[in-house]
Design a protein around this ligand. Structure first.
Ligand code: AMP
Length: 105
């Protein structure tokens, strides 16, 4: 099933996109839990960390380097949090891998 994030990536539904590159996109969370709440989302549909394949190594690395770049661009390098929710039992609602970036600066 196509995830809501894949629909956002395909511009089938609107979203506030703050950054995009070949293999991932960064959007504002629709229900922010902090002053800054962004989602770093691979364009490839990967359900959870459990579903990662060896070929995803570069993609996952890019997610963290993009997080670092965004934190630098927003001047929040000394105060932000990154987290993944994994599986529904641990609050993952959207089954398309995404990294949360939050800051209350
Ligand atoms: P998780 O619980 O880790 O799966 O987080 C999913 C996140 O996606 C939540 O923080 C939601 O607020 C967010 N979200 C769901 N739908 C949208 C959307 N259409 N645009 C932006 N963020 C969304």
């Amino acid at each position: 099933m196509t995830s809501i994030f894949t629909k956002i990536i395909a511009r089938e539904i609107p979203s506030d996109i703050v950054y995009e590159q070949e293999n991932l996109i960064v959007i504002k969370d629709i229900n922010p839990q902090a002053k800054i709440h962004l989602l770093i989302i691979p364009k490839k549909e990967i359900e959870t960390i459990d579903h990662l394949e060896e070929s995803d190594r570069e993609l996952i690395s890019d997610m963290f380097f993009v997080a670092k770049k965004i934190a630098q661009d927003l001047w929040i390098t000394w105060w932000y949090k990154l987290h993944f929710n994994v599986w529904k039992a641990w609050w993952q609602e959207v089954m398309h891998l995404h990294l949360h970036l939050l800051s209350n600066i």
